[in-house]
Design a protein around this ligand. Structure first.
Ligand code: C2E
Ligand code: CA
Ligand code: CA
Ligand code: CA
Length: 275
């Protein structure tokens, strides 16, 4: 390809071509992957504070690529959102999560990440309704996790969708709280059942008093609004003790469990939580 500015070195262009080609190939692979059932859901445990009881699991998608190995969602979800493949992929995630969770021995909550693109799809409510009906999963056991970016585009339609989903009995969690730009307004205007405080706030709490103050304020906000706050990305016991002390209701993170095909051992989680 020719550079738009003829005096720029050409290798930038060929590098861009390569990246573009790799992207196109991955998108093509994505389409076959759905048919080949090359995706799988891994589950990461969440636990309540202070009981240490398992409160649910988050479903996190993985792609077993035939030549590239296990590809993380941060690579292919954004691609699928741009290529238009996210809706069929997301329908697969919702149905798979419902069918798998319906078979769990304990009736824990399953949280599923919902792409902003899928929230804008008018057929979403019907998709969720039929996933619940076909799998037999009780609506109370399903939570959809949404980031703020999902609701800033068409707020009225987003609100309509969330209300219809909630009317069905499922819960809605606000994901990655704190890293967006309209958090407080969004909390006031949308019917969230849970707040997930972004991991970036937890990462520094051992050495950053300001991060602790923010954590404390968000926990207090949750108490005031009567919305439980879950702290994401808890990796160390010291972080767990701070988020507990500051009033968070639940935790998720490598300390209590990595995403995995296997469900967590309740006794082990309880022990880790009591450290
Ligand atoms: P997220 O929803 O914020 O999910 C949490 C991410 O943090 C997951 O990464 C998880 O593996 C990772 N994580 C959990 N505990 C820890 C910890 O203690 N330390 C650190 N450093 N990381 C931790 P993952 O699985 O790579 O997913 C990345 C993002 O991809 C998710 O962020 C979510 O936005 C998106 N995603 C994952 N699965 C799906 C899906 O099925 N549908 C959609 N639309 N998006 C998905
Ligand atoms: Ca999430
Ligand atoms: Ca998150
Ligand atoms: Ca995230």
């Amino acid at each position: 390809a020719k550079s738009a500015h003829s005096n720029e070195p050409c290798f930038y262009d060929s590098q861009m071509d390569d990246a573009l080609k790799a992207r196109r190939e991955l998108i093509a692979d994505l389409r076959t992957a759905l048919e080949a059932e090359a995706f799988e859901l891994h589950y990461q445990v969440q636990a309540a504070i202070p009981s240490g009881e398992i409160s649910g699991y988050e479903a996190l998608i993985r792609w077993r690529h035939p030549t590239q190995g296990l590809i993380p969602p941060s690579i292919f979800i954004p691609l699928a959102e741009k290529s238009g493949d996210i809706v069929p992929l997301s329908i697969w995630v919702i149905r798979q999560a419902c069918f798998e969770a319906a078979l769990w021995p304990n009736r824990h909550i399953i949280s599923v990440n919902l792409s902003p693109v899928h929230l804008a799809d008018p057929r979403l409510v019907e998709t969720v309704r039929s996933a619940l009906a076909d799998s037999g999963l009780a609506p109370e056991r399903l939570t959809l996790e949404l980031t703020e970016s999902a609701i800033i585009h068409d707020r009225r339609f987003a609100l309509e969708q969330l209300r219809a989903l909630k009317a069905m009995g499922i819960a809605i969690a606000l994901d990655d709280f704190g890293v967006g730009y309209s958090s407080l307004d969004v909390l006031r205007s949308f019917p969230f059942d849970r707040i997930k405080l972004d991991a970036s706030f937890v990462a520094e709490i051992e050495h950053d008093e300001q991060a602790v103050s923010i954590l404390r304020s968000v926990a207090a906000l949750g108490t005031t609004l009567n919305i439980p706050v879950l702290a994401e990305g808890v990796e160390q016991a010291a972080q767990l003790s701070i988020v507990s002390r500051e009033g968070c209701s639940a935790v998720q993170g490598y300390l209590i469990g990595h995403p995995s095909r296997a469900l967590a051992d309740a006794e082990q989680v309880r022990q880790t939580m009591s450290l």
